[in-house]
Design a protein around this ligand. Structure first.
Ligand code: M6R
Length: 591
């Protein structure tokens, strides 16, 4: 949530580099943006606006020769979407500028204290107290004043600050991601919340861990925040390339990423078999396994709990990251947690992992960003290998996570090779399924239903969580009111919502649940509902049929794909931006 980016180096257009980097981070927050740079006169200049950074005209930033700049693209937490609340925030004398991602929990008491000391605030944000605190302590010098500020604030944050009298950038991290990119020969340094922002310039990175800060001058110096002692960090070369984080010929990232599922599943299945067996053994011997994730990753965990039951006859718990703290009573050093996440930075899931770690729980993570905080916190990491996912709506990471969990369930049943073969076949079926004709067929449906107010999705067993996931996809990009239900639950209340023409998607796998969920669809049809069948076989009760392959235990993977495409098409027809839906952000790093 919120994207932050900083540049210091030999290039003369730091402000432009920062703006272009921020455009690549826009998926993290896009209600307003701002940059601060040191101009030729060594003064700090700030430009900030409401709206999307992608809409900026670079020519509006004239005379910006500079070697040092910082920038921010915001997802509002404290204070509305106004120019005043946009970052950077500056000290009253404009000598210091700060950007921040996260939440300062004790900002109100600090603000009151600073106000008593005469500080005047220009915004409603929690961030602004940081710059006033630094200013308050500047008699100690910039570095120490920054460090002293960190001692006073509570919460999760990533902060970057600059000072007009010194040619350096200082950054610190506790809870929110911050990565340093470097080209040491050129003395060129980047700091960002995510790697794609600087991938154009370097693939050499150094991760800031929690409670660490970095001072970027003509070299990098890292410190432990708790004692301000210098620490050594490792340079890691990552194997992402700039094109992987670009749209290519596609109009949006979302559709590009949906189509990438032709390849991503095969990559996901290609796991280190020894590691899969090790995790399967850990599940078998654990006194309780918790699958934990948020949003779509949470739905993946929910589906996996059915897959483990069906394939391995094994009960695994699932819970959303935000709900996990209530289960802490059950945790022991024989518990296992499997955290599922695309970004590896979701605050609620991270907090769940922290709670578990304290109780000695073994941590496994299934993450797409292999160098993320979750990955680094885990005892074992199973990489999702989907490549950068930039659209806010998760698609390719979702199906790959489902594939890995299906593989694990088969490994738990001592049938790893059978599971692998099933998934290899499923990957091939997906390759055939996703093609322009299929896309067109779904677009025709989208045109028919694009103006509806509400729609519903039903599923059963493995595909009940997929009905919930389908509803998330439809909600977040089409803004149509969508809800998912277990088919059998309809008659206990929700069926009252059905009226003439209400679209209802019925996810129907070719398994023992088929007849029951067909009956549920029939009950909806009898009340005027418009039935969209997602299934391997057509049926007379369907008003529209979205054919999916018969994938057995892998049916959740194939069934969600046509609904991802439908959500995308609806978003475009309704003139929404599917990559950056309103009110959302890709990486939810606040609780
Ligand atoms: O990065 P994560 O997978 O941990 O993110 C979890 C959720 O925030 C995420 O899945 C969210 O629900 C997506 N926007 C759904 O498409």
């Amino acid at each position: 949530m919120c994207g932050i980016f900083a540049y210091k180096g030999p290039q003369k257009n730091a402000a432009h580099i920062v703006i272009n980097g921020l455009k690549k981070l826009e998926y993290r927050g896009y209600d307003s943006w701002g940059i601060a740079f040191k101009n030729r006169n060594n003064e700090i200049e700030i430009h900030k606006e409401i709206g999307k950074i992608s809409e900026i005209d670079l020519d509006s930033l004239k005379d910006t020769e500079n070697h040092l700049a910082i920038g921010h693209t915001r997802w509002a937490t404290h204070g509305g979407v106004t120019r005043a609340n946009a970052h950077p925030h500056s000290s009253e004398d404009k000598s210091i500028a700060v950007i921040h991602n996260g939440i300062i929990e004790n900002y109100l008491e600090i603000k009151k204290d600073l106000q008593k000391k005469g500080h005047k605030f220009a915004s409603e944000t929690d961030t602004e107290i940081i710059v006033h605190l630094i200013e308050e302590n500047m008699s100690l010098g910039f570095e120490k004043a920054f460090h002293k500020t960190l001692e006073k604030i509570n919460g999760r944050f990533a902060i970057i600050a600059i000072y007009d009298k010194e040619d350096k950038i200082i950054a610190a991290r506790k809870g929110s991601p911050l990565i340093v990119g470097l080209n040491d020969e050129k003395k060129e340094y980047f700091i960002a919340s995510d790697i794609p922002a600087f991938l154009k310039y370097t693939n050499k990175v150094m991760y800031l861990d929690d409670n660490q800060m970095v001072i970027v001058n003509d070299e990098l110096k890292f410190y432990d925040i708790q004692n301000f002692k210098s620490i050594e960090k490792r340079v890691i070369e990552i194997d992402w390339h700039e094109e992987m984080a670009e749209k290519g010929d596609h109009p949006h990232f979302m559709i590009k990423e949906i189509f990438e599922q032709k390849d991503t599943l095969s990559r996901a299945i290609n796991q280190d078999e020894e590691k899969i067996k090790e995790v399967a053994q850990a599940i078998k011997s654990a006194y309780g396994t918790f699958l934990v994730g948020c949003g779509t990753a949470g739905k993946v965990c929910h589906a996996a709990s059915y897959i483990f039951s069906q394939v391995a006859k094994k009960h695994v718990n699932f819970t959303f990251g935000s709900e996990f703290p209530s289960y802490h009573h059950f945790l022991t050093d024989r518990t296992l947690m499997i955290a599922v996440s695309q970004s590896g930075e979701t605050a609620d899931t991270l907090e769940a992992m922290e709670i578990a770690k304290e109780k000695g729980v073994k941590l496994v993570s299934i993450v797409n960003v292999e160098t993320s905080t979750m990955a680094r916190m885990s005892d074992i990491v199973l990489p999702v290998k989907a490549g950068p996912e930039k659209a806010v709506a998760s698609t390719k990471a979702t199906t790959s996570q489902l594939a890995i969990l299906t593989l694990l369930a088969y490994a738990c049943a001592d049938k790893l090779q059978e599971g692998k073969q099933l998934l290899i076949n499923t990957a091939a079926q997906i390759n055939d399924m996703i093609n322009p004709r299929y896309e067109e067929h779904i677009e025709t449906l989208a045109n028919k239903i694009k103006d509806v107010e509400s729609m519903y999705v039903i599923g059963k067993s493995l595909n009940y969580p997929m009905a919930l996931e389908a509803a998330i996809k439809l909600q977040e990009v089409s803004y149509i009111h969508a809800e998912g239900f277990a088919g059998g639950e309809l008659k206990h209340g929700p069926i009252a919502l059905i009226s003439e023409g209400t679209p209802c998607i019925a996810i129907i796998a070719n398994d023992e649940t088929k007849n029951e969920i067909l009956s549920n669809a029939m009950e909806i049809k009898a009340r005027g509902g418009y039935i969209i069948g997602v299934s391997p076989d057509n049926n007379e009760i369907f008003d529209y049929w979205l054919k999916t392959p018969d994938a057995g235990d892998a049916s959740p993977i194939v069934n969600i794909i046509p609904i991802q495409i439908l959500a995308y098409k609806l978003a475009v027809l309704r003139k929404n931006n599917p990559d950056m839906p309103r009110n959302l952000a890709k990486s939810v790093t606040v609780k």
